[in-house]
Design a protein around this ligand. Structure first.
Ligand SMILES: N[C@@H](CCC[C@H](N)C(=O)O)C(=O)O
Length: 271
């Protein structure tokens, strides 16, 4: 079966985008892992599948490179939305995912903003293994302790550190991702606050490992930093992919994320 695809990225967080709106396509975990293999397949952090939605402009499904399905992917949403915004010539669309309703806007400078909705802050929402204060979760590893957790439609734990460059994230990421306190595993963010309106962030992603940017991770980091009184409602998040995601938390709690999107190439999968 020949399946056309588009390789896209948001600040280096990379995706294979499949369009299953006209012809439904359900890939098993093995096929997802095969396409995601950076040596034998195309390679991606997430597989992003566009589907038809009866009550929105688009339904988006996300799979990590280990084959697992994710409820949210901020950068993947921005990339997928950019295609439908360009196709329709509109500046606003409504999107559905397994985690809920989102919306995306095309901004005058060509960047795409997604409304990720409000964060969910209860321990059951994250989810955590037992009742506790989600702002101070006793996760720890070499060089980090005291995580702040929330759900942006997927589980996030963020550590605030003095010096991001002093951490060996590939060494500590897997253990934290799979910590028993995180029964659905977790996306693990490491943030260094630079000012009340800027931070650096590196994310060890659930099911994908170290990535060059993580949109939902940037939202979670700003939400948690605000809860700890460290940043203002609008904060630029500098990621290893080079550049910033701009995160803004509205008064109603909704978290808006904007940044660039790009197509790297298109091709055809032989499945
Ligand atoms: N790259 C992402 C997050 C993708 C999903 C995540 N790894 C999970 O399993 O929850 C983003 O831009 O948000």
């Amino acid at each position: 079966m020949k399946v056309p695809f588009r390789k896209m990225h948001g600040l280096g967080n990379d995706f294979v985008v499949l369009d299953a709106r006209a012809t439904p396509l359900r890939l098993g975990e093995d096929a997802v892992r095969f396409i995601g293999d950076r040596h034998k397949g195309v390679g991606f952090d997430q597989l992003v599948t566009l589907e038809a939605a009866p009550d929105a402009d688009l339904f988006i499904r996300f799979h990590n490179s280990d084959g697992s399905e994710a409820g949210a992917c901020g950068n993947g949403t921005r990339c997928a939305a950019s295609l439908v915004l360009a196709e329709t010539g509109r500046s606003h669309i409504a999107i559905r995912t397994i985690a809920g309703q989102l919306a995306a806007d095309l901004l005058p400078d060509g960047s795409v903003r997604v409304d990720m909705g409000p964060p969910r802050l209860g321990w059951r929402d994250v989810p955590l293994a037992r009742e506790m204060d989600t702002l101070h979760v006793p996760l720890s590893a070499e060089g980090v302790s005291d995580a702040a957790c929330c759900s942006m439609g997927n589980p996030h734990a963020t550590f605030f550190v003095e010096d991001l460059d002093a951490l060996d994230i590939p060494a500590i990421g897997p253990g934290l991702e799979n910590d028993p306190l995180l029964p659905e595993r977790g996306n693990i963010g490491f943030a260094q606050i630079l000012s009340r309106s800027q931070m650096r962030l590196v994310v060890w992603e659930r099911g994908a490992g170290l990535t060059l940017a993580c949109g939902s991770g940037a939202c979670a980091a700003v939400v948690s930093a605000r809860r700890r009184g460290l940043v203002d409602a609008r904060c630029a998040v500098t990621v290893p992919g080079g550049g910033d995601l701009v995160i803004e938390q509205r008064e109603d709690g909704h978290v808006l994320m904007s940044g660039p999107v790009a197509t790297s190439f298109t091709g055809e999968l032989d499945l």
